[in-house]
Design a protein around this ligand. Structure first.
Ligand SMILES: [Zn+2]
Length: 318
């Protein structure tokens, strides 16, 4: 696979947040705890006080957790919509959310390296008795080359849902039956999505594709597709003419006639490759960030499937 590096919008946006790195984490936490103390002067809502507080890192995990827990827990998400998950920097508001949380649900596979330092600090401030339960939802997923984009395969999503369900049942045994039922219902909807994708893929003539950044390895593996080239977002490197030439040669050789950009990606390089080779360009969402809602994950995955159907299912020549 050819990997071509350039600045993605994900990365550029997250750079804006690097300012917050200047604030020492412990200082941030002291501030957070003082603010929490001030907030408690106002009478908290009684039902909220007894409810489990859960923090998710990215939108798919929010969606999964919301489906399992409904309104039985308070769920907050860290990454704002439109901000890429790879090089994020925590804000003081994020530190407050984590400091207040009972459970922190993360993707894992190195995606949230930007968070590790803070979790250590949270546990130091809280003391051993009040350790934050950190759930790594990638547990049990077959990892490909340390690629964190596991959520883009509904089969992996089902494993992530099971991991979240397990943590919620353990932490809140009073609602155990509810969580088990909701998780089973949601997994059956994921299985339906999985069947839809598999049926669509069977009809596609072209099973090879080029994407903006390396996000679709798990999707490709589960459905017998080939992510044959990637124009990958990276903070340190602009694409060299040599890499662009390699990608273009690869596309010419393979007979690929479509390329996939992303909603937030810089389209310049994609535009020029598509223009030079006469390729059609489509946009696929990597779901690294997005709207927070229970229906969001499955409906966004269906929109991606529709795009793929239009791009790979249609008969046409270059
Ligand atoms: Zn990504």
């Amino acid at each position: 696979m050819i990997v071509l590096k350039c600045n993605s919008a994900e990365v550029q946006k997250s750079r804006l947040l690097h300012l917050f790195q200047l604030i020492p984490f412990i200082g941030m936490l002291i501030l957070v705890f003082s603010l929490s103390a001030c907030r408690q002067a106002a009478p908290p809502e009684a039902e909220n006080e007894s409810m489990l507080k859960v923090v998710t890192t990215i939108a798919p995990l929010y969606s999964f957790t919301k489906n399992i827990a409904g309104d039985s827990v308070i769920i907050e998400n860290l990454l704002p919509s439109g901000v890429g998950p790879h090089e994020y920097s925590l804000s003081p508001e994020d530190a407050r959310k984590i400091a207040d949380a009972d459970i922190l649900i993360k993707n894992g596979v190195g995606l949230e390296e930007w968070m590790n330092k803070l979790i250590g600090s949270v546990n130091e401030v809280r003391g051993d008795s009040e350790k934050l339960l950190v759930v790594d939802t990638s547990k049990g997923v077959d990892i490909i080359d340390n690629d964190p984009h596991i959520w883009l395969s509904p089969r992996n999503a089902a494993i992530q849902v099971r991991n979240i369900e397990k943590a919620l049942r353990k932490s809140d045994p009073g609602n155990e039956k509810l969580y088990a039922k909701n998780a089973a219902d949601y997994i059956s909807r994921l299985e339906e999505l999985d069947r839809e994708i598999a049926e669509s893929v069977n009809k596609w003539e072209v099973k090879e594709f080029v994407t903006f950044h390396s996000a679709f390895s798990y999707f490709a593996m589960d459905y017998g597709l080939k992510q044959s080239a990637v124009i990958e977002g990276s903070p340190e490197a602009h694409p060299s003419p040599r890499h662009i030439a390699e990608i273009m040669n690869n596309i010419r050789r393979s007979g690929i006639n479509v390329i996939f950009s992303e909603p937030d990606a810089s389209h310049k390089i994609m535009d020029s490759i598509a223009g030079d080779l006469g390729l059609r360009m489509y946009s696929l969402d990597t779901l690294g960030s997005g709207d927070l809602g229970s229906g969001w994950y499955i409906s966004r995955m269906r929109e991606n499937l529709e795009t793929l159907n239009n791009a790979l299912g249609a008969k046409w020549t270059r």
